[in-house]
Design a binder for this molecule. Structure first.
Ligand code: GLU
Length: 426
């Protein structure tokens, strides 16, 4: 899997749908690559007195439907192609749920596990200083993603506002509540994943209370997906997570059901669960891939891209009938073909995990009004949008007898292509 290139995968997915939709060559050429890309250095004076130079990125894939929108990842293996792929998926994500935003993504090659808070703050401020002319509430609006959270967003906002000389809280989303953040933003991605699953199960006449599920990842998306799944009455039996000390992942399995509160109490702030504590609490600690090999009805990959691939695919139980992609790009095209062939119902990433960006959109709206909604109001608006988007895709997939990912792509790409055409770009 060393040669996995997420951007090639995003382009491959796009090309297939562009062909089905019969898009003209100009539109294809425009949409298969980002409109703009920035690659810059961020020098940071480290705590030990040395200077370290970090590599930063921002990619704006398409802004025909509104300002570019998407998170910033801090990851030691970040590459420009990962950021390009993720920016592309953001364009389709905003389009499929019908919010007036385009697609962007950013990143820094770094591992926050090994950086002090002060060093991380310097990376955030440096990132802004390098890109300040090309981002903004009306151009490109960043947000958290893998290994970034509200504190990073606030440092970035503070730097941006200092340079601009004004309060501009709509510049960035995922801010802490009370500092321009929206209630419900932390839960939004994971809950959104579950709103789509709830609708899919209803559509198939399956009672969620009679289902079991296994989750990959124990970060923000996975934790809140598990939370709502359990509130709906489902039984989560396994979860996998990254172990910083061992530099590899493990799966934590308990057939009687995992206890979210207990696991949270054993995890650090990056979502790494303490193995010894888990063993004492009756969890089987197994290898990284064990989460995917569970005899469950539902799999929720909610970690990184390229996790459900030709290699791990063979481990999936015949019992699995639903896959909900909490992560971006978790399933490779080969694995996707097998899901299609075996009749597994897949809720594709850019639909399933659109709750985060939808709530970011609500955050911007609230910041612009300077009037904040209650958590119930936010979550009910979120449920409304996610449920509506799910059914739009589901209806098309039933009507045309096509795979959910293809239906979602057809809706999203048509909307973006139409916006480019109406603006006179193509
Ligand atoms: N990083 C999240 C995503 O991949 C949220 C992006 C946003 O809120 O702009 O969808």
């Amino acid at each position: 899997m060393e040669n996995f290139n997420p951007f090639k995968m995003a382009q491959q997915q796009f090309d297939g749908v562009a062909e089905t939709l019969g898009l003209d060559s100009g539109t294809r050429e425009l949409l298969r690559v980002p409109q703009r890309e920035y690659h810059f250095t961020i020098p940071v004076k480290m705590d030990n007195g040395t200077t370290k130079v970090f590599q930063g990125f921002r990619v704006q894939h398409n802004d025909a439907r509104g300002p570019a929108k998407g998170g910033i990842r801090f990851h030691p293996h970040e590459t420009i192609d990962t950021v390009r792929a993720l920016a592309t998926w953001m364009t389709w994500k905003c389009a499929v749920v019908g919010i007036p935003l385009g697609g962007g993504k950013g990143g820094v090659i770094c591992d926050p596990h090994n950086l002090s808070d002060r060093e991380q703050e310097q990376i955030c401020r440096g990132w802004i200083r390098q890109i300040v002319r090309n981002v903004g509430p009306l151009q490109d609006v960043p947000a958290p993603d893998v290994m970034t959270h509200g504190q990073h967003m606030l440092w970035m906002l503070d730097e941006y506002e200092h340079i601009m000389g004004a309060h501009l809280p709509g510049f960035i989303t995922g801010k802490p509540v009370g500092m321009g953040g929206s209630l419900g933003r932390t839960e939004a991605t994971g809950y959104g994943v579950m709103y789509t699953l709830r609708e899919a199960l209803k559509g198939h006449g399956v009672d969620i209370k009679a289902t079991t599920a296994s989750f990959q990842g124990f970060g923000n998306v996975s934790q809140y997906a598990i939370e709502l799944y359990m509130q709906y009455g489902g039984k989560a039996v396994a979860v996998s997570c990254w172990d910083q000390k061992d530099q590899k992942s493990y799966s934590f399995i308990r057939n009687s059901g995992i206890d979210l509160k207990e696991l949270r109490s054993m995890a650090d702030k990056f979502g790494s669960i303490d193995k010894e504590k888990a063993k004492k609490a009756g969890y089987e600690v197994a290898d990284a891939a064990a989460w995917i090999a569970q005899d469950v009805d539902i799999l929720v990959p909610a970690a990184l891209e390229n996790q459900v691939n030709a290699e791990t695919m063979g481990k999936i139980s015949k019992k699995v009938k639903f896959v909900v992609e909490g992560a971006n790009g978790p399933t490779t095209p080969e694995a996707d073909q097998l899901f299609k062939k075996n009749g597994v119902f897949v809720i594709p990433d850019f639909l399933a995990n659109a709750g985060g960006v939808t709530c970011s959109y609500f955050e911007q709206v609230q910041c612009n009004m300077n009037y904040f909604w209650s958590k119930d109001e936010v979550l009910s608006k979120l449920d409304h949008i996610m449920t509506g988007a799910f059914h739009g895709v589901y209806e098309l997939s039933k009507e045309r007898k096509i795979y959910m990912r293809d239906a979602a792509y057809m809706i999203a790409i048509s909307r973006v292509a139409e916006a480019c055409k109406m603006r006179g770009w193509v």
